[in-house]
Design a protein around this ligand. Sequence first.
Ligand SMILES: [Zn+2]
Length: 313
Amino acid sequence: MIQTVRGKIKEEDIRNVLPHEHLVFGWPGIKGEKDNAYDETTAYENCKMRIAMVKEHDVSLIIDPTPIHCGRDPLFMKKIAEDFDIDIVCATGFFKDEDNVLSILKALSYTNDLEAVLCDLYVRELTQGIGDTGIKAGIIKTASSYQKITALEEVLFKSAARASLKTGVPIYTHCERGTMGLKQCELFLSYGIEPKKVVIGHQTSNLDLDEVREILKLGFLIGFDQFSILSIPDIPNDEEKFENLIRLLDEGYEDQILLSQDTIFDRMGYVSKSKPRYPDQIYKQVLPALKERGFEEETLKKIYRNNLLKLFK
Ligand SMILES: [Zn+2]
């Protein structure tokens, strides 16, 4: 069973999936901005348009791993899910320790056992609901910085692991520009987490394919989930991402790869200079190109649907 913002759903009710897309994303404090305000009507229209695009490819489930304080809004997610009849999973958990995103947690850590506080928060959001919304989270998000895992991030990884062990809910991580995935695996193993319950995210963007192989050899799933991103420096381009994917499939890792794009349907209160991105690239371009290269539907279905569902078993 998978916990969505509309309630629990069964595997047989799920058609195609997108394991890592954001309805809205913004930096902490954006909702208090006056000059550059978040406009929920615009966000709604952006979501409506993009959901229509993915529904053309029979997508019925989107995992939205937007962290707490980064615009995560379970009530908005539920409204979108209900109005457009699509299943959406909301996450619990925090983002990386860069750009002062975690300043509130830093302050909290001076006087509290942060690991215990966060573990309780995650478990509460997964089992009872987020705030007074009555909406439960269905996946745990945790993240690390570019080429480092800070002491604060380690506390967050440990809290995420404890909450996962308590509830059985899987974890989806953020690796900044694809880095630190192997170190994340080492942390999870040291906390007693089974690799099959964790997706090491953004491995599409890892320049070091040997590191990706090490992660896979340990049994973890990987998010090949940043197709079509152009705005991040020092990551493979789309052709390289595609060739890397083919290499990994040829090497037999088809049971551990999840495809997505990491698009943001509406960037809160911020006009991005990068080209707008759309969440149908996997279904419109990547999968047909893989078919052309000779991959069978049975293999492809694992990486665009079944591997995600296994995570929740
Ligand atoms: Zn993301």
